[in-house]
Structures are given as C-alpha cells and as structure tokens.
Ligand binder design. Structure first.
Ligand SMILES: *[C@@H]1O[C@H](CO)[C@@H](O)[C@H](O)[C@H]1NC(C)=O
Ligand SMILES: *[C@@H]1O[C@H](CO)[C@@H](O)[C@H](O)[C@H]1NC(C)=O
Ligand SMILES: *[C@@H]1O[C@H](CO)[C@@H](O)[C@H](O)[C@H]1NC(C)=O
Ligand SMILES: *[C@@H]1O[C@H](CO)[C@@H](O)[C@H](O)[C@H]1NC(C)=O
Ligand SMILES: *[C@@H]1O[C@H](CO)[C@@H](O)[C@H](O)[C@H]1NC(C)=O
Ligand SMILES: *[C@@H]1O[C@H](CO)[C@@H](O)[C@H](O)[C@H]1NC(C)=O
Length: 841
C-alpha cells in the first residue's frame, strides 16, 4: 500500500506537470451552490413498482414515452408524468427452470439469477428490440409497441447481451443492425460485435487481442458520411477502460497492470476481409483517452452532443480516479472534440515488438489504403469498393496495429472539473442558449450515492449550480436521460426512476439569488425568478451566466431581517445563527460596525457554517451583531442580533428573561429556579437523545452534500462601502439612530472581489436576504447545555451544531467527534493532493 502511494505520488507529479500546469490551482472541491435534499424536492416524480434495477432507459421524446427496462419487467411510461397511472407493464421474468440452472451454476440468487433487461432499442416503426440476461441465459425479443405484450418468440441472446447483469455493456441499433460491446460469457474475451446484419463481425483475438479485459461504458454513432467531401463512412465510437498492454514500465507489477481509458471506432460499412480478417472488423482502431491522471482513471460514462452537425460533436466523459488508492474518492469530467479523436486515428500507429515484448511507436511504411480507415472515394477510385477488396498487406497490418500512438487529450488540455469525495457514475448534457446569446452546456452528473449535480460549463470551467438528492436511500445513479420536450431529467437507479424538472427557478427568491445561481434556464422578470423557456418576453429577463453578479441594479427589494435579542450570563456560550442558503456564500460578522475577528478559530469567536459561536462571553461583548453573506462580490444582510451579557450575580432575572416567551416557568419564585433549571436540562437531555438519533441519520444523509466545511473565511481584506441612497429611500428600512453606515438588506459591490464588479460609486440596491434562520426557543441562548463539548474542540471551528426549530440539536458526543475525525481524515488526504498540485507549478 505504501509503495502504491509512493508510485501514485510520483506519477501524479510527473503527470500533473503536463496536465495541470495551467490550472495548477485547480479547485479540487468545487462546491455546489445549493443543496437540495430529498424532502425538499419539488415537482419530482417517482416511478417504481414491484421490480428493481431500473437501469435501461429509452426515451421517445416525440411520442412522449419513456421505456424502462428493469429486473424482470419492461415499462412504458408517459414522459410528461412518469408517475401517472397510465403506465403499461410487461413482465418478463426468467423461467423457474432457468433460475434453477442459474442457481446450480453457483450464481447469486439475490441479483444474478433474474432477467435483467440490458438492451432496449427502437428497431423499426412498430417494434422495439430488447435483450435480457435471463438468469445467465440471455434472450432477446421483438416488442410490438402498440400491443406492449410479451411475445411468444425469443432469440438466443448470447452473442448480443452479457450473461452477467453487472458487466459493462453498450448496445446500439444502427440502420437495423445491432452493435454491442461487452464481455458476453463468463470466461470469454470482451468483444465488439455486429449482429442482425448480412455480415456479422467481431474483433480479432490472435495473435494479438484487440481488447484487453475491457469494461465498456458507452457507444456513439457519428454520421460522418453526411456531406463528407471525401465520401467517408458513418462510424461507431466505443468508450471503455482496459488494461494498458503498452505500459511495461516496471513501476507496475504484473497483477496490477495499469488500466487506461480508451476510445475505439469501427466503420458502419465494414464487411470484414475476404481471406484475412474474415468476419472480423477491418476498421477497428483504438486510442488512449487521457483526462487528468493517466493510469489511475476509470471511465464511468460518456455522453455525446452535437449541434446538428457531426463536425461539432463533443464527448463529455466522467472518470473516477484511482482504484489503487481507495481512501480517496475523486472524479473528473473531461470534454473531447471529435476533431481531436479523429486526429489521433489519423496519426501514427503503435507496434508490439516480440523480441523486447514492448509496444512502441511504429515508424515504418504504412500500406495504402490507410489501414483502419473507412472506404472513401479515394479508395473506391483505386478499385477498393468495400473492405473485402482490401489488399492482404493492409489487412495484415490492421491485425497487428490496432492501437494508435497519439492519445486523445481533453479540449483545452485540462479537465473541466475535478471533484473530491464524489464518484460520478453518469453524465448527461443539455445545450442551452442563454439570454446573452451564448450557448452553454448544462451537465447533469449522477453520483454513486443517488445525487445529481447540475452544472454549467462556462468557458473551460464548471460552476455547479446545485446538488440534488434524487433518492432517499443512497444508491448509484445508473442512467440519466434528458427530455427537451418535457424539460425533464429522468434518473434510473435500483429503486426506481425519478423525473426531475431541468430547472426550478422558483427556489430563487430575489433578483440577486436568481443571478448568483448562474442558471441559463432561469431569469428574473422583476418579480420572480422564472423559467426562460416558459417566458414569452425574454427581453425583460435578467440573467448573468457569465459572471453571476450583474443586472439587478434597479431591483430594490426592501426585506430586512428582524432584529433578535440574545441575553446570556457572563462566561456562557452563545450561538448566533446565520444560515446561508448558498454554499458559496461567506459569512462576515460585524459587531457594532467593526468586523469580528474569527481568524484561526482562536479566541472567543468562531465561525461555523450555521452561525457565529461566542464562547466564554465577557461583559464587553454586548452589542449589535450583524451577519452578512458575501458571494461573488455581492453582499447581503442575513441576520441582526443584539447580545446582552449580564454579570453572574443577576442569575434570577436572567432566568426569567431567558424563559420569557415560553411563559409558564417565568413566574415561579427564585427557590424553584434551580429545580426548574435542572428539570429543563433533563428534558432537554432527553430530547437530545431522540434528536441526536434523527440527526445522526440526517447527518449521514447530508455528509455527501458538502454542507459542512471547516473553512474559516478569510475576511481580512474586506471593506464595506457606504450605502447607496437609492437603497435607503426605496427600502425605507433605515434604523433610527443609525446613520446608515451598514444599511439593512443592502447588497454592495466590493471592488476587486468579482472580475466584473462595477465601480464602487455605482449604487447597489438591497437584496432581500434569505429567510431568517430558524429561531431556537428564546429561553435558551442556543447552546447553554453544551459548552463543555464545544470547548473540547479547541481550535477547530465547530460544525455539526445545527439549530433548527428544536430546542436542542446537538448530536451525541461520539457521533460528533466521529464525524469530525472523518472529515479531518478526508481533509488530510486532500491537502496532500492540493500541496502536490501547488508544487507542480
Ligand atoms: C401523457 O399525459 C398527458 C397529460 O396527462 C396527456 O396529455 C398525454 O396524452 C399522455 N401521453 C401519452 C403518450 O399517453
Ligand atoms: C437464496 O439462497 C439462500 C441460501 O441458499 C436462501 O436462503 C434464500 O431463500 C434464497 N433466496 C431466493 C430469493 O431464492
Ligand atoms: C419491424 O420488425 C419486426 C420484427 O422483425 C417485423 O415483424 C415487423 O414487420 C417490422 N415492421 C415494419 C413496419 O417493418
Ligand atoms: C439490483 O438492485 C439491488 C438492490 O435493489 C442491488 O443489490 C443489485 O446490485 C442491483 N443489481 C444490478 C445488476 O445492478
Ligand atoms: C467497384 O465498383 C465499380 C463501379 O460500381 C466497378 O466498376 C468496379 O469493377 C468495382 N471494383 C471491384 C474491385 O469490385
Ligand atoms: C456596542 O454598542 C452598544 C450600544 O450601542 C454598547 O452598549 C456597547 O458597549 C458597544 N460595545 C462595544 C464593544 O463597543
């Protein structure tokens, strides 16, 4: 393990120079701006039935139907609302005999000995073609979509569908022929095959295996014959991870031959050779696909997008890094242009030297027509009308040179996104025209725990707009499909299919909120944040995808957070809640107009994600506290408190202040005070126990959500400008006696904070702050029962203290420390990587 680590670091260093030099400070932890947990989902629709494993999706957008292949069943759903009652079901279970057979073979009766539908494709205008694993005995069939009933006739599926439901597999029907890639049988070699064609084809296995333990993730048809000046053919591209035969560096021992991501392609009109390469592809070529850290990346999914012309095709690929270093989860997203993929296939070949048992660049003569290329006009002119006419020299060459020397690098040379602590399993992309006239690609990334990250590609960077918990129980996202027609995203997973709207602009309550989101689907119309697609008069909408902070100048919403009072005894701790809706917002606290020093987590003030913690309060801490949210150069007031610290002697009056709103206890006489105090603590303790169990669960759910952070905002260079008169007059919220140095609810531009922030003289109107943080019951100052625990945490800003409506919200001590140590552990690893990153500059 240690050796691996060392090698990893070595490799990382070596490659980071090449791959990450330009983005040396790449943000490894791009934070999703909003976190939407399952219970907060609006307009989500879930379809699930008796079946499991809703992995295969086929959307027919024009017809408004979503077909779903699950375990033992196929469903036909109304794509406008997959949860409505109009769905049709076609049960297709494995027969009892085949199940018994499967069990005899020692297969897992919980997962493998079922009919998992792996292929669902449109065959012709009346029929679908479907294949299932059928308890390790694959079958395929034709489904009449009008009747939607299980047919009586089945075809042998062993050449078309894997036996193993978990095996990487991809299949396409192109012009009536079936192109599949997987490892079909238990012990067989992986293969790209064409069936349902007068000339079925396979890959070559001798003397070289063209594929080496390949795990397929996707295949894409690119119609390159369309308006091709050279009479080119359509091609099918395959994406997979395989063992890198060409890597013989001693760094890797044999059992751990490195795995690399690959792209391969074949020509649609390939007919195989006549004598040599009979029934084999004559157009198979493969090249390495590099993203971030070669040899340590596993391809998870690929999505292709073209703007109507195949020449503009781009592939978005999701990788996870490092099966070798399991303690760290890292994912990367890379984008590839078709032109660069084609260039690799037009470059030089690799060759295997038997003598040295090594692959190296081939520098010899290349026969004509160029081996591996499709039949083009030029070849036809020379008399080669099909692959069957190709000369032996060319076919012999193809047999031994399936691998290209050049690797395919991501567009712009770098990954679009590298993210820690997440495994992206699926990617789907939508292309949107924003109001600035630019076209933006929207990424929908499914995670291994059932979350969706929605992100917008801006130049060569990615801004994650939100993370959405699509399923209550963590489970990998296994399929993602976008419907333009319905403006929906369909998410396939083990427990069901979820339909989500592509955008829910309503969640943004102010102009600034709407603009800060940078969501090309959303615009502010003066009153609310709306779906651009559903708005006729788009000229009036405000949107700023590029910078995410412009356009709201005339929008002066007057909402001001209510001022709240907190009274504590000297020496007590108090939490002033200030919850930010946006994970990207930084909190800054001002006390009587001066910034509260929270630097380093030392001293009496500590900043956490949900507020300001004041420990061991002193009399001089009394005063007015204001919490501002700073995001992307914009500022907004979120909460105001007046804190009163009383000397210890005044205990009884304090008790009554503290219990004021809850009433009954306040009127007891002093003698009872102690008893009440103890009783309250006991009750709270009980509540604690109950709540902490709930919280433990919630915190488990939220662990993935990126809400917790240890970071202490660096607020040293912050300077608040004077207020705009505009705001004050319009908002009319100026407090008496306060000359308006820091106006309530006003947003201000801080020069230098955002790249395009206007000059400070420009007037910024106030933004309605997010809804005020939920108030704890007034009789407690938030945390009176917990000071010991908090003090234990010396030096680290506290984290898991979440103040909800409940009077007591502290998790159990042990869960708290557990959580902390986990996060610290993760942080250790990430710091390692970050440091490496810096050192590679
Ligand atoms: C789907 O549901 C919508 C609204 O209920 C309906 O108008 C439409 O006809 C349905 N489509 C299909 C294919 O059943
Ligand atoms: C699977 O096998 C186990 C042990 O052989 C058995 O207890 C269980 O009932 C079986 N489950 C099913 C669904 O057949
Ligand atoms: C579609 O294919 C099926 C199965 O081969 C066949 O029975 C049916 O006639 C075809 N339909 C059309 C319209 O060609
Ligand atoms: C099917 O779903 C079950 C849980 O519902 C899971 O354990 C199993 O791994 C899934 N099988 C496949 C092939 O995805
Ligand atoms: C190729 O096709 C052309 C025209 O269709 C024909 O004249 C020629 O003989 C064919 N060549 C071969 C080698 O079949
Ligand atoms: C803050 O202001 C309040 C009232 O205006 C005053 O009582 C308090 O002493 C001030 N605190 C500090 C530290 O200046």
């Amino acid at each position: 393990m240690r050796r691996n680590l060392f090698l990893f670091l070595l490799l990382f260093l070596a490659t980071a120079v090449g791959y990450a030099s330009r983005h040396s400070a790449m943000d490894l932890d791009a934070t999703p701006r909003m976190t939407i947990v399952y219970n907060d989902l609006t307009a989500a629709r879930l379809f699930s039935s008796h079946a499991q494993n809703y992995t295969t999706l086929l959307l027919e957008d024009k017809k408004g139907i979503l077909y779903v292949g699950a375990r033992g069943a196929i469903f036909s759903l109304n794509s406008s609302n997959i949860a409505d009652s109009s769905h049709q079901t076609m049960d297709w279970e494995a027969s009892p005999e085949k199940r018994a057979d499967c069990l005899k073979k020692g297969k897992n009766n919980k997962t493998e000995c079922y009919n998992h539908i792996r292929l669902l494709q449109r065959l012709n205008s009346t029929h679908l073609y479907a294949c299932g694993t059928y308890a390790f005995h694959p079958l395929c069939t034709y489904i009449d979509t009008n009747k939607f009933m299980l047919p009586s006739h089945f075809e042998e599926g062993k050449e078309r569908c894997p036996y193993d439901p978990a095996r990487g597999y991809t299949g396409l029907i192109v012009d009536g022929s079936l192109y599949t890639a997987t490892r079909y049988e238990f012990r067989s070699l992986p293969d790209i095959r064409r069936n349902r064609h007068q000339r079925p084809l396979k890959t070559e296995e001798s003397p070289l295996h063209w594929l080496n333990d390949a795990e397929f993730v996707a295949s894409v048809l690119v119609r390159e014959s369309v308006r091709s000046p050279v009479g080119d053919d359509d091609k099918i591209y395959y994406f997979f991870t395989e063992r890198a035969g060409e890597e013989t560096t001693s760094v890797f021992d044999k059992t751990q031959a490195p795995r690399v991501a690959r792209v391969a392609r074949v020509c649609k009109s390939d007919l195989g050779g006549k004598k040599i390469l009979q029934r084999k592809w004559t157009s198979f070529m493969k090249a390495r696909l590099a993203c971030y850290i070669p040899y340590y990346e596993v391809l998870k999914d690929v999505y292709s997008l073209n703007g109507g012309d195949w020449r503009s095709t781009v592939f978005y690929a999701a990788f996870t890094l490092s099966a070798h270093w399991r303690s760290m989860e890292v994912s990367a997203i890379c984008r590839y242009n078709i032109s660069e993929v084609r260039a690799a296939f037009e470059g030089s070949y690799m060759e295997y030297q038997d003598s040295s048992r090594k692959w190296s660049q081939y520098n010899g003569d290349v026969p004509e027509p160029r081996p591996g290329s499709c039949i083009t006009d030029r070849a036809r002119k020379s008399g080669y009308n099909s692959s069957q006419d190709l000369p032996n020299g060319v076919l012999d060459f193809i047999k031994l040179h399936p691998l290209m020397y050049e690797e395919v690098k991501p567009a712009d040379g770098d990954p679009l996104l590298v993210k820690k602590n997440v495994i992206y399993t699926q990617v789907a992309v939508d292309r949107v025209q924003a109001l600035d006239g630019q076209v933006y690609d929207m990424l929908f990334l499914g995670t291994g725990h059932g979350w969706i990250h929605k992100a917008v590609v801006i130049g060569s960077r990615v801004h994650i707009i939100e993370e959405i918990q699509a399923f209550r129980d963590p489970q990998p996202v296994e399929n993602l499909i976008i419907s333009e027609q319905q403006r929906s995203l369909y998410v396939g997973a083990q427990s069901g299919v979820l339909q989500l709207p592509l955008s829910t602009c309503k969640q943004y309550v102010s102009c600034f909120d709407c603009v800060l989101a940078r969501d090309p689907y959303c615009g502010w119309d003066g009153e609310s944040c709306r779906e651009v697609a559903e708005t006729r008069d788009r000229a009036l909408l405000i949107q700023d995808v590029l910078h995410g902070n412009m356009g709201c100048w005339n929008d002066c919403a007057p909402a001001t957070p209510m001022q709240k009072n907190r009274t504590v005894l000297r020496g007590d701790d108090v939490l002033l809640p200030c919850e930010q809706a946006s994970n990207l917002a930084r909190a800054t606290w001002l006390m009587n107009g001066t910034q509260v020093q929270t630097e380093g987590g030392q001293g009496h003030f500590r900043l956490g994600v949900d507020g300001l913690l004041v420990t061991d309060t002193q009399l001089e801490f009394s005063g007015e506290y204001r919490c501002y949210a700073e995001e992307n150069g914009l500022w907004g007031l979120v909460a105001t408190y007046v804190l009163t610290v009383l000397p210890e002697q005044q205990a009884p009056p304090i008790l009554s202040t503290m219990s004021q709103p809850s009433g009954p206890d306040a009127r007891r006489d002093d003698g009872d005070a102690k008893f009440i105090y103890i009783a309250v603590i006991t009750v709270l303790g009980g509540l604690c126990l109950v709540l902490s169990v709930v919280l433990l669960y919630v915190s488990c759910l939220q662990k993935r959500s990126g809400k917790y952070s240890l970071g202490v905002p660096q607020a040293s260079s912050i300077e608040l400008q004077t207020v705009s008169a505009n705001c004050l007059s319009k908002g009319g919220q100026e407090e008496e006696g306060d000359p308006g140095v820091y106006p309530d609810g006003c947003l201000q531009i801080i020069p230098g904070e955002a790249p395009t922030a206007p000059s400070p003289s420009k007037e910024a109107p106030p933004a309605p702050p997010p809804p005020p943080p939920p108030l704890p019951a007034e009789f407690t100052n938030g945390i009176t029962t917990l000071p010991n625990m908090l003090r234990k945490m010396n030096g680290n800003s506290y984290m898991l203290l979440r103040q909800n409506e409940e009077p007591c919200t502290s998790p159990l001590y042990n869960s708290f420390t557990e959580e902390l140590s986990k996060i610290l552990e993760k942080r250790k690893h990430t710091q390692l990587v970050e440091k490496l990153d810096e050192s590679s500059v």
